[in-house]
Write a protein that binds this ligand. Structure first.
Ligand SMILES: *[C@@H]1O[C@H](CO)[C@@H](O)[C@H](O)[C@H]1NC(C)=O
Ligand SMILES: *[C@@H]1O[C@H](CO)[C@@H](O)[C@H](O)[C@H]1NC(C)=O
Ligand SMILES: *[C@@H]1O[C@H](CO)[C@@H](O)[C@H](O)[C@H]1NC(C)=O
Ligand SMILES: [Zn+2]
Length: 491
């Protein structure tokens, strides 16, 4: 069955490949044209199933860049040196078994807090190594400066920053774009328009690792670093009819705002002749399918940019310090935007004051942000200078809406939702729901029938006490949030 489907997919893919006009590949735009690849019909439709001639950067150029082992060692050394604010973990392995390492930077690395998380991914394409070098510099810079630089301090204290210098170590080791199975990882994600790629068993281990990662960690925003152009690219990356034109996603304004933060903080990205303000809509530049960016926004709840950080994909290593200086403020400002802008808050239930992992929607924007499962904190990035109507909802509760004027600074809006249930149902629920999940309900209901049981009474006392403790904590948290300098409302 699976085999049949594979053959079927292959046939469709081949048909599409032959019928479609060629499309250049994101992250290698200029180089591909230079290489005369424009006439090849094998590019840009998803997987590169066919072998292709690719001009590789010379071995000489790799001099001065970290090898995979060197990068691994540098990351381990970093988390040793900066153990107070970092940890090292791996989200899986490449085709050839190289660990996909991540550094997490935070004042409480590895802990879940009511804070937004950001991720940077470099080296998605093996022959675009600038990002992996810059990301290690970024980590070290934050570690060296978080006690004296306000921006670095803000990031360490209020964000969980996850840094993955290389998603494609196998491609890097042979200086090729694709992974060891010759698949372009930025075409390997499920696509909203052309689901030629829905078979999980055909998905690459690197892609799968990213998809699992986003189930485990709730990221608010992210960026991947590419090379071959100088521009901040935002969704959508593809159009429904495969033609090239500006195709806006529901959060177009927010994305333009985020992309501008990067390009304007960059030394010369916004001076581009080719891209106005140094930013571009993906589909308006050239459509791609199966990209990581759109998938993050649609399925990961994560606002992702694709950053092309140098015209030359593989510059001499001696140019890296300059490129780092050009990008440093951009990289920091983009992460800090998670704290400095947008609407943030938590959702609680009125009856027990417990956190409700509800949903947040902005009027006029067809996109839903989920509050975190544990603390019910939400982080809604939005373009500043406007009034927004924010609605929080959760099943079994009456939704609530509040108006927020979003100026230059972030706004806190906490929601306390009222249960829809009747007063009678409420009483029982308020006793039972105190446990994190509803597991206790059948047990308690059962115990209620044996009213003369002393144990029942004692249980209720214990549960009531726990309720009391929990509400105290919630009140404390609310109080703590109000202490922060942000303008805040509770509705
Ligand atoms: C592409 O093909 C056309 C006609 O088939 C040819 O004129 C052109 O030179 C080719 N371009 C490249 C870059 O190979
Ligand atoms: C930005 O600066 C780099 C390095 O000096 C240069 O190669 C590039 O052409 C510049 N780009 C723009 C858009 O000014
Ligand atoms: C909102 O987006 C969803 C997909 O996320 C789509 O199915 C739906 O039609 C959209 N609704 C409107 C009113 O555009
Ligand atoms: Zn790329």
């Amino acid at each position: 069955m699976r085999k049949l489907r594979f053959v079927f997919n292959l046939l469709i893919l081949t048909a599409i490949c032959i019928l479609l006009p060629p499309i250049a590949a994101r992250g290698g735009h200029s180089d591909y044209i230079q290489l005369g690849d424009r006439n090849s019909s094998f590019h840009g439709t998803g997987r590169s199933l066919f072998s292709q001639e690719e001009r590789r950067p010379s071995l000489e150029l790799a001099r001065g860049y970290m090898t995979n082992d060197g990068l691994e060692k540098a990351m381990k050394d970093f988390t040793k040196r900066c153990s107070k604010i970092s940890r090292l973990y791996s989200i899986g392995k490449s085709v050839n078994g190289f660990p996909l390492w991540v550094i997490e930077i935070s004042d409480r690395p590895g802990e879940i807090e009511a804070e937004p998380a950001f991720k940077y991914i470099g080296n998605v394409h093996g022959d675009e190594p600038v990002g992996r070098e810059l990301l290690l510099r970024l980590a070290n810079w934050i570690c060296d400066n978080y006690e004296k630089d306000p921006l670095a301090q803000m990031i360490v204290e209020n964000v969980h920053l996850h840094i993955m210098p290389s998603l494609n170590p196998d491609g890097f080791s042979v200086r090729k774009r694709n992974n060891a199975n010759n698949v372009d990882l930025n075409r390997d994600f499920p696509d909203q328009f052309f689901p030629i790629n829905e078979d999980l068993s055909l998905r690459q281990p690197e892609t799968r690792a990213i998809m699992t990662w986003l189930r485990d960690i709730r990221f608010t925003a992210s960026a991947t670093l590419h090379g071959g152009a100088l521009v901040a690219n935002f969704p959508w990356d593809g159009t429904e009819d495969k033609r090239k034109y500006y195709y806006a996603c529901p959060d177009d304004e927010t994305f333009r705002f985020l992309a501008r933060i990067y390009s304007k903080s960059h030394r010369n990205m916004s001076l581009s002749n080719e891209f106005q303000e140094g930013i571009t809509n993906g589909a308006g530049w050239y459509p791609i399918y199966g990209g990581m960016q759109d998938w993050n926004y649609i399925h990961g709840g994560c606002f992702e940019l694709t950053l092309e950080i140098s015209d030359n994909k593989w510059p001499k290593a001696s140019e890296l310090p300059t490129i780092w200086e050009y990008n440093r403020m951009s990289m920091l400002n983009l992460v800090a935007s998670l704290v400095k802008t947008g609407v943030h808050g938590r959702i609680f239930s009125l009856d027990q004051g417990k956190p409700l992992p509800g949903l947040v929607v902005i009027k006029g924007i067809n996109y839903t942000v989920k509050a975190h499962q544990a603390y019910a904190d939400y982080h809604r990035l939005l373009a500043p200078g406007q009034k927004y109507e924010v609605t929080a909802s959760s099943p079994g509760y009456k939704p609530k809406t509040t108006s927020v004027w979003l100026g230059e600074n972030a706004v806190t809006a906490d929601f306390i939702l009222i249960p829809e249930a009747s007063a009678r149902g409420n009483l029982l629920r308020s006793i039972c729901d105190c446990s994190y999940k509803n597991y206790n309900q059948p047990l308690l209901t059962h115990l209620f029938t044996e009213t003369n049981n002393v144990i029942t009474f004692m249980l209720i006392v214990v549960v009531a006490f726990l309720c009391f403790l929990l509400q105290r904590r919630v009140r404390f948290n609310l109080w703590k949030q109000r202490q922060s300098s942000r303008r805040s409302v509770t509705v």
